[in-house]
Design a protein around this ligand. Structure first.
Ligand SMILES: NC(=O)c1ccc[n+]([C@@H]2O[C@H](COP(=O)([O-])OP(=O)(O)OC[C@H]3O[C@@H](n4cnc5c(N)ncnc54)[C@H](OP(=O)(O)O)[C@@H]3O)[C@@H](O)[C@H]2O)c1
Length: 267
């Protein structure tokens, strides 16, 4: 089963790397286990990896580089992000070049503005993104955690290329994006990438999720991701191999429409 992301066929679940390689600072203590997890995900056909210059102060990107070494780069889809304090032209270009070096890669498939920055110049930031596309450093540009107003500004600022994706917090515990943001993005052909899709584990205990897991003989994580795939590409993170195996089982089956509706209406 595949889906489409920026014109490329990808597995319908991606893989997150926040809290790998540290948090706001680098931590190498768990490198081996985290590289093993990323490799396990890749060996299970997951080919979208989400990372950022901020994750472990760049160390997460180095772990991704290690995990993708000797793999066919063109079959992978790597997302990275620029931190909102680096949105001036020169800083953004330098951030992308540094990410590329840490990723030990020829290009980044999708480069996102990690968060909106109300005092940054959107045209300058998007212009720098467009320059990166022209230089072949990134293939597509997008945004993350942008609401409708900020996306409109990004769309207006884009002169040569489209805003390809918006990566937002979207899970069964946080479905507000369904009201306006997702329909708006769909209308503008902006792909929704669902970050924190398990609400860091909180959705797994929700009564309705547990009941549906029993009904379909699935795990709660599989119900949660299967639901999100209707409108987005979810990017869960897992280091535990048992968890990764479970996540893969979210695809290739469906629920009755009434159950998707029930989950959608759940508040
Ligand atoms: N753009 C943004 O601003 C932004 C913000 C937040 C996150 N993100 C991206 O989204 C990714 C996912 O978000 P997240 O890491 O914050 O949270 P998440 O994916 O919702 O939850 C991750 C947690 O769930 C656990 N887990 C995974 N699979 C499980 C399973 N099958 N059963 C039980 N527990 C399971 C993981 O445990 P183990 O690790 O122990 O396996 C981990 O503790 C991030 O890694 C990052 O790439 C982006």
């Amino acid at each position: 089963m595949i889906t489409e992301l920026c014109g490329k066929d990808v597995f319908p679940i991606g893989f997150g790397t926040w809290r790998m390689g540290g948090e706001m600072t680098a931590n190498s203590a768990h490198d081996e286990e985290e590289i093993k997890a990323i490799k396990y995900a890749l060996n299970s056909n997951i080919n979208v990896i989400d990372t950022a210059e901020m994750y472990g102060a760049g160390h997460a990107e180095e772990l991704v580089a290690e995990a993708i070494k000797r793999r066919d780069r063109d079959k992978l889809f790597i997302i990275s992000k620029v931190w909102p304090t680096n949105l001036s032209h020169d800083k953004l270009i330098r951030s992308a070049e540094n990410s590329l070096t840490r990723l030990n890669s020829k290009y980044i498939d999708l480069y996102l503005i990690h968060w909106p920055n109300p005092i940054a110049n959107m045209r300058e930031a998007i212009g720098a993104m467009e320059e990166l596309i022209e230089r072949g450093i990134i293939r597509h540009m997008g945004v993350s955690n942008f609401g409708v107003n900020d996306i409109n500004k990004a769309i207006e600022a884009a002169k040569k290329y489209d805003i390809a994706a918006n990566e937002v917090s979207y899970s069964l515990a946080k479905k507000d994006a369904e009201d306006y943001l997702i329909p708006f993005c769909q209308k503008h052909k902006i792909k929704i990438i669902a970050h924190t899709p398990l609400a860091r584990g909180n959705v797994l205990k929700m009564k309705e999720v547990v009941e549906l897991a029993e009904k379909y003989d699935k795990k709660p994580s599989q119900i949660a991701l299967n639901y999100l795939m209707k409108r987005s590409l979810p990017i869960p993170k897992a280091v535990n191999i048992k968890h990764i195996k479970e996540l893969i089982g979210a695809i290739g089956w469906g629920m009755d429409e009434a159950d998707y509706k029930k989950l959608s209406e759940m508040r």
